[in-house]
Design a protein around this ligand. Structure first.
Ligand code: ADP
Length: 170
């Protein structure tokens, strides 16, 4: 059975879901955008687990396209699943890496037993991915994924992102 897809406009850190996906950077030590918002609202426990990951499995950082979970701290969720989106390149097709972020996040969600998962529009902020193309890759990849997750929500921060994802869902 495939998951139900839902779109919401707004701040992903306000959602109540089993797992919130973070568009992290490879250092796992925090950044701006949605990453900063998740750490701010989720509190220091998330960063502390990220530091532990850097000291163990991910000494060189989390590779692009991979995903790993931590506690969600004070967020209204059980886990944050951190994934590192590719930086957009006009010269090189990195679509497979962006697709991998979505697939790997759902694979980790399945390992955890998460049934409801929220994604931001990965790579569309500082990493510069054009929204329509990112929406195509994100929606097509989660639709094609084989997962026990029942509800996938895309949390789009602004009108433009919301419209791009809505156009793809039609
Ligand atoms: P990336 O480095 O992967 O581009 P960003 O955090 O810069 O990550 O941006 C990814 C997307 O997340 C952008 O569309 C941005 O507008 C959006 N965003 C920023 N803050 C939030 C938030 N609190 N909730 C949901 N989306 C957010």
């Amino acid at each position: 059975m495939s998951a139900t897809l839902t779109l919401v406009q707004g701040d992903i850190t306000r959602l109540r879901v089993d797992a919130i996906v973070n568009a992290a950077n490879s250092s796992l030590l925090g950044g701006g955008g949605v990453d900063g918002a998740i750490h701010r609202r989720g509190g220091p426990e998330i960063l502390s687990e990220c530091r532990d990951l850097r000291a163990s499995r991910y000494g060189k950082g989390l590779p692009t396209g991979h995903a790993v979970a931590t506690t969600a701290g004070r967020l209204d969720a059980r886990w944050v699943i951190h994934t590192v989106g590719p930086v957009y390149s006009p010269d090189e097709d990195r679509s497979q890496l962006l697709a991998s972020c979505h697939r790997e996040a759902l694979r980790v969600a399945d390992e955890l037993g998460a049934r409801t998962v929220a994604f931001p529009a990965i790579s569309t902020g500082v990493y510069g991915w054009p929204l329509d193309d990112a929406a195509r890759i994100a929606v097509d990849t989660v639709r094609a994924a084989s997962t026990a997750v029942e509800e996938i929500t895309f949390a789009l921060f602004d009108d433009r992102a919301y419209e791009a994802f809505a156009a793809r869902l039609d």
